[in-house]
Design a protein. Sequence first.
Length: 294
Amino acid sequence: MILVTGATGSIGRYLVDRLRQQTTPFRALVRDPDRGRELDCDLVVGDFDDPDSIAAALSGVERVFLCSPGAQPVPEPQPMVDQQTTVIDAAVRAGVQRVVKVSVWGARRGGLLAEGAHAEIEARLEASGLDWSILQPSGFMQNFLTGAGAFTSSGDLLGAYGQARVSYIDCADIAACAAVLLTSDLGSRQRFVLTGPETLTHTEIAARLSEALGRTVSYIDRSPADFADNLTVQGLPAQFATDVATLYADVAGGSLAETTSTVSDLTGRPATTFAEFLDREWDLLRRWPPRHYV
Ligand SMILES: NC(=O)c1ccc[n+]([C@@H]2O[C@H](COP(=O)([O-])OP(=O)(O)OC[C@H]3O[C@@H](n4cnc5c(N)ncnc54)[C@H](OP(=O)(O)O)[C@@H]3O)[C@@H](O)[C@H]2O)c1
């Protein structure tokens, strides 16, 4: 039995779709059973902040897909550290064999926001005695459709990446890798850096969006400092804004500019290009621009 956490999220939905087509039994952990019903699979209701619910959800479970929301604009430590530690500790007590965890490319002790938090969780997972596989993905293509990217109210793309290239990945490919690691013996105690098959600048991404939408989407580049000011004006904590701007500056310096062959190595098929992704997600594109913008 597999337990899928984060099942209603960007990666989780694709993972549930994929596991539904396979024979290994699984259940999805959801906070809201109504939302979970859309997943069309066995559900268990639970919350990372309620350890008893997590212990109950893990009964009879051999493998866990561990995924929770990214960095939050709250004082450190990031909530994901306690939340994922709750799952890891409960998994040890429940006799779970393997945890497949979604981390982030660049996770490192002392890193900012998600990078530091994931490194801490990775260390706890490694020390837990459980078998593990850790996925370290690049930025998600889905950010450009769900609003986790930044847009003007008219749908132009905003960022502070200069002309740096980024190897964005489709969450469906992350889910495909997770499915392999959850249903086979591959990947024990290994980290996998997952990227898309190509690197694109944000100007090129805006051009692909323009082509798919049949209207002009421009990329507006700001300095990391301007970007931080903008986040602060919107009411986000100053430290969070500064940290986000620093991470943007890292990306502008090329921190996500490489590609790996891991998706095709693990799944046996090439990773999805940005153009293929936009083609597949035409329904979401029709609702452009995403409601959340800066
Ligand atoms: N965005 C990127 O570019 C990027 C890049 C690399 C790595 N990552 C990492 O990817 C992860 C996020 O993955 P994602 O985008 O698939 O997630 P997501 O879309 O943000 O979804 C989060 C999931 O967690 C569930 N959840 C939230 N709070 C919960 C709680 N208290 N108890 C139980 N479940 C809870 C949500 O359920 P509800 O439906 O109930 O809300 C949802 O299913 C983060 O760890 C992030 O650091 C992101």
